[in-house]
Design a protein around this ligand. Structure first.
Ligand code: C5P
Length: 396
C-alpha cells in the first residue's frame, strides 16, 4: 500500500515561478493517496490560482488569514492538525527567512508557526538569492530547527541564468516525502544489490542480453534506501534513474558484475541479487565486427557464467542472501528448489508474465517458514512490502 494513503498533507505554495509545478505536486500526492490541502500566499496567487489547486485536490484551497470558511475561523490552526507534514513548495527566499524568524504575517507563515507536524521545505529561487549568505544561514537554521529541506537542484532557471536554485521536480519531491515517511526498518544495515540484465559481448557492436528492465531491482534499492539502509547497487545496462541516496556501480557483463559484487561484499550485511544474469557468454569475443560469411549459419560457442549469488552465499562470512526466481511456470517447485540449491535463506519468486518489463508485480516469498504471498501491486509497493518482510526476518 502507498505510504501516502490516508495521510493529510498541507501543501504551502509561495510566490515563485515554480508555483506552477506545485499544481502537479498536489496532483501526484493526491494520486498517491494523500488528502491534500493547499495554502497559497498572496504572491503565489499571482502565478497560479487557488481554483487549480481546489480542482486538483478536491479540497478547498486557502490563502487568506481572515478566511471565514473554517467554522471556528481558525484555519491557521486547524489546517495542520492531524497532518503528516506541512510541505512548502516552492519555498521562496523570503518565506524561508520568515519561518526562521517565526514571523506570522499571512496564513501560510502562521500555519508554519502554529503547526504540530513536520515541516518540509523545497526551496526555489534565483541562484544569487540561493547563494546569498543570508539565505544559506536561514536554510541552515531551518534545518537545525528540524525542518527537512528537499532541494534545490541546479540547472537552467526561469530568469535565464544557470545555477543552483531550481525547485526539485514534483516526482522528486514525492520521492523525498516517501523516504521521509518510511519507517527506518533497515537503519544501520549495508545492502549490496544487483539489478538489470547483463550484456555479453560478441563483437564490438553486438551482444547477448535479456529483457530485464531493472525496474524491480531499482524499486527494491529505493525501498531499502527509504528504510534507512546504505545501498550499493551493481547495475547492468538499464535506462533508469539512480534512486536518491543509492550508490550505483555500472557494469555490463556477468563477469564485471561478479567482480564488482566481490569487491563490495565484505562490507555488506545483506546481499540481494535481482539481476537477470546471463547464464552463458560467448566463449570468444571478436575484436572486430563479425562479417557475414556466405550461406553457412553462424555457430556461437558459449561458456557458462559464474553464479554470483551462489558464490556469495558460499562465502565463509556470507551476508544474509536474498535471491529472485523469475519463472514462467511451476513457481513453487522451481523457487523452492533454487533456494535450496543456492543455499540462501530467502528467495522472491514471480511469474515472468506477472512482472517482466512492466510497472507492477506479484511475488511469493519462500523461506524456512514456508510460502508467503505478498499482495500484487506496483513494483514500488511490492518492494516496500519485501523490505518489511526482510526486516522482520532479520529481527526474528
Ligand atoms: O539460477 P537462476 O538464474 O534462475 O537464479 C536466479 C537468482 O540467482 C537471481 O537472484 C539472480 O540474480 C541470481 N543469479 C546470479 N548469478 C547468475 C545467475 C543468477 O547471481 N549467474
Amino acid at each position: 500500500m502507498s505510504i501516502f494513503m490516508g495521510k493529510r498533507i498541507v501543501l504551502g505554495v509561495t510566490g515563485g515561478v515554480a508555483a506552477y509545478k506545485a499544481a502537479e505536486l498536489a496532483r501526484l500526492l493526491g494520486k498517491a493517496g494523500a488528502n491534500v490541502h493547499c495554502v497559497l500566499t498572496e504572491a503565489a496567487s499571482r502565478f497560479v490560482t487557488p481554483a487549480s489547486f481546489q480542482a486538483l485536490t478536491g479540497n478547498p484551497a486557502w490563502s487568506d488569514l481572515w478566511d471565514v470558511r473554517m467554522p471556528n475561523g481558525m484555519a491557521h490552526i486547524d489546517l495542520t492538525r492531524g497532518a503528516a507534514a506541512l510541505v512548502v513548495a516552492p519555498a521562496s527566499a523570503n518565506s524561508i527567512a520568515k519561518y526562521v524568524h517565526g514571523m506570522a504575517d499571512d496564513l501560510l507563515s502562521t500555519l508554519v508557526l502554529a503547526r504540530d507536524c513536520p515541516l518540509v521545505v523545497c526551496p526555489a529561487m534565483n541562484r544569487q538569492m540561493w547563494e546569498n549568505s543570508a539565505t544559506q544561514r536561514n536554510v541552515a537554521q531551518l534545518r537545525q530547527d528540524g525542518a527537512l529541506i528537499l532541494g534545490p537542484a541546479a540547472g537552467e532557471q526561469a530568469c535565464g541564468e544557470v545555477g543552483m536554485g531550481r525547485m526539485l521536480e514534483p516526482e522528486q519531491i514525492v520521492a523525498g516525502l516517501e523516504a521521509f515517511f518510511t519507517p527506518k526498518l533497515l537503519a544501520g544495515k549495508r545492502v549490496l544489490m544487483t539489478a538489470g540484465p547483463t550484456y555479453e559481448a560478441l563483437d564490438p557492436v553486438r551482444g547477448i542480453t535479456n529483457l530485464s528492465s531493472g525496474k524491480m531491482g531499482y524499486a527494491l534499492a529505493r525501498a531499502c534506501a527509504n528504510a534507512g539502509a546504505e545501498v550499493t547497487l551493481v547495475s547492468g545496462p538499464v535506462s533508469l534513474a539512480t534512486p536518491a541516496g543509492v550508490r550505483r556501480i555500472d557494469v555490463k557483463s556477468a563477469l564485471e558484475m561478479r567482480d564488482a559484487v566481490l569487491r563490495h561484499v565484505a562490507q555488506a550485511g545483506i546481499f540481494i541479487a535481482v539481476a537477470a544474469v546471463a547464464d552463458y557468454r560467448p566463449a570468444n569475443v571478436s575484436a572486430h565486427k563479425l562479417k557475414k560469411s556466405g550461406a553457412t549459419g553462424l555457430t556461437i560457442a558459449m561458456e557458462q557464467n559464474p553464479d554470483i549469488l551462489s558464490e556469495v552465499a558460499a562465502l565463509s562470512s556470507a551476508p544474509f542472501c536474498v535471491g529472485f526466481a523469475a519463472e514462467s511456470q511451476n513457481l513453487d517447485e522451481y523457487a523452492t528448489t533454487k533456494r535450496a540449491k543456492k543455499g540462501i535463506p530467502l528467495i522472491v519468486g514471480n511469474l515472468v508474465q506477472d512482472g517482466m518489463g512492466g510497472d507492477a508485480n506479484r511475488v511469493v516469498l519462500y523461506d524456512d517458514s514456508g510460502r508467503h504471498e505478498l499482495p500484487a501491486g506496483s513494483k514500488d509497493a511490492v518492494a516496500a512490502d519485501i523490505v518489511v518482510y526482510l526486516a522482520n526476518l532479520l529481527g526474528a
